[in-house]
Design a protein around this ligand. Structure first.
Ligand SMILES: [Zn+2]
Length: 159
């Protein structure tokens, strides 16, 4: 099963609140784990892992699987990425950060959970990233970008 069409992520993508609280929470969690031998490093995001503050464990931003805190080292994290998500292994930090942001947003919108195919999620994240960069209100996603995207796709692939 190579196609990421087949894997499904339990998530609901929202465009809002993309980034402002990320820095703060990173500082907090660094403090939380400072005492331990294995501490989460910000750089681990490049392996697709964020830190689950409640559980004290590394968490994959793609499949949301948590690893044991003993596994909080680059070799183990990378192994998960390469074996479970080979299609993402060469992605840059920014790519995973966007997933990380979407998880944070999800936490605030639990009631809207629904299944979204991975590719659709990735496309949506790309779009919301572009929207965020323009500093336009995220509602433009629904009022303009979505209808535009549907138009583009229907012209390219037929109705
Ligand atoms: Zn994973």
């Amino acid at each position: 099963m190579n196609s990421d069409d087949e894997s499904v992520i339990e998530t609901k993508v929202r465009n809002s609140e993309m980034s402002s609280d990320v820095k703060i929470s990173r500082e907090c969690l660094n403090q939380r784990v400072n005492k331990k031998d294995r501490k989460y490093q910000d750089s681990y995001i490049k392996f697709g892992f964020t830190f689950d503050v409640e559980k004290g464990e590394p968490k994959c931003v793609i499949c949301l699987e948590r690893l044991a805190s003993e596994s909080m080292k680059p070799s183990k994290l990378k192994r998960h990425l390469v074996t479970k998500h080979p299609q993402f292994q060469h992605k840059e930090e920014d790519f995973f950060k966007r997933y990380e942001n979407s998880i944070k947003v999800q936490k605030n919108t639990m009631r809207n959970f629904t299944s979204v195919p991975t590719k659709a999620l990735a496309a949506s994240l790309e779009a919301s990233y572009l929207i965020a960069k323009t500093k336009k209100p995220h509602s433009i996603g629904e009022s303009l970008v979505l209808p535009a995207a549907i138009k583009i796709v229907s012209i390219m692939y037929g109705e």
